[in-house]
Design a protein around this ligand. Structure first.
Ligand code: PEP
Ligand code: MN
Length: 358
């Protein structure tokens, strides 16, 4: 998966972020058209609206179904906007293609299920249409890439990803935890794949849209998909996180789109220092692993157990306290020393196994 075609050949976007906006759900023809008119006036070129809505529990608003496609068609024809909707089954794909929808996206719940992804990929065989793949509900970059790969293998080349956050704990400030490391890893593995951020589903509330969108721009995401509704308070789904077209306009005006330049001299000089520090961390780690092997030898010669839980608990706590004292977060120290200790135990267990087989 190294070559992707642009999402659209004809869009006026070049280095600017790609902006997709529109309501969570198409609710009525008037709501679809009025929201689109306002977005069109501010120069938005791609319009989103969900027709078939995946709801966590039955009984919620499950979308207007295929009849909403005709409303999107009006937006496409009268305003010359590209229109996008979510598909979750081969039947959705057929309907959307039959109506000439310009772009499809696949929702988080669907991407979580490889059978559903394969069925959609099969339905898209031989069709040249842009498809955006949302991240799956759990923070698993391979599952996300697997979904993208199924489409690619079916011949879909206009591909992109949408980062919409991952299932989070009830006391999180986010509706879906961003786990930025996951889209960053996706970018590392597929550097040519456009990645858009969906601050609406990450934040789950209006106030978080702007800061999340700004973070996404700082992380070189290629665009945003933002839920926008002509009267958000009355929205039938995701009302808390939808904003008016005017609010979106203000947010987009304030967004700082950072330079992607990687050859700034000051930055290069600072990176030389970082590289030197990393080198000493690596050397210290190698020395620590050597010592850990010696300790392993000693424990075996004295027939002592490899794991000594009290020592481990004490070490972890002391390192965390020392880390905090000198300004390094407890979470980082904990993750780091857990990984180091795990590796030491692994090495000592391996020595034990080798002894037995000798
Ligand atoms: C949506 O975009 O309206 C949607 C249902 O998104 P997700 O799949 O990210 O929950
Ligand atoms: Mn939504």
């Amino acid at each position: 998966m190294t070559h992707f075609k642009p999402l659209f050949d004809t869009l006026s976007v070049n280095d600017e972020p790609i902006i997709i906006a529109g309501p969570c759900s198409a609710e009525s023809e008037a709501q679809v058209v009025n929201t689109a008119l306002a977005l069109h006036d501010m120069g938005i070129e791609i319009y989103r609206a969900g027709i078939w809505k995946p709801r966590t529990k039955p009984g919620g608003f499950e979308g207007v179904g295929s009849k909403g496609l005709a409303w999107l068609k009006r937006v496409q024809q009268e305003l010359n906007m590209k229109v996008a909707t979510e598909v979750a089954t081969p039947r959705h794909v057929e309907h959307a293609l039959a109506e000439g929808i310009d772009l499809l996206w696949i929702g988080a719940r669907t991407v979580t299920n490889p059978f559903a992804m394969q069925a959609i990929a099969n339905a898209l065989k031989g069709v040249d249409i842009p498809v955006l793949v949302k991240n799956p509900v759990m923070p698993d970059v391979n599952l996300w890439m697997g979904g993208i790969e199924r489409l690619y293998m079916a011949g879909v080349e206009r591909l992109g990803a949408i980062h919409r956050g991952f299932g989070s704990s009830p006391n999180s400030q986010y509706r879906n935890e961003p786990h930025w490391n996951i889209p960053i890893e996706l970018r590392r593995q597929l550097p040519n794949l456009p990645i858009l951020c969906d601050p609406s589903h990450i934040g789950g509330c209006r106030d978080l849209i702007e800061p999340i969108a700004q973070e996404a721009m700082a992380l070189q995401m290629d665009g945003l998909i933002v839920e926008t509704h002509c009267s958000p308070q009355q929205a039938l789904s995701d009302s808390q996180q939808q904003i008016t077209p005017q609010a979106l306009h203000q947010i987009l005006k304030r967004l700082v789109i950072g330079s992607r330049c990687e050859t700034d001299i000051t930055l290069l000089e600072l990176r030389v220092q970082i590289d030197a520090i990393d080198q000493s961390i690596l050397e210290a780690l190698a020395r620590r692993m050597e010592l850990s092997q010696q300790i392993g030898d000693y424990k075996r010669s004295k027939q002592m157990t490899i794991l000594q839980p009290e020592r481990y608990a004490q070490l972890l706590e002391e390192r965390c306290q020392e880390g905090e004292r000198i300004g390094v977060s407890r979470k980082l120290i904990q993750t780091l020393f857990e990984a180091i200790h795990e590796e030491s135990v692994k090495v000592q267990l391996k020595q034990l196994k080798e002894d037995k087989t000798e």
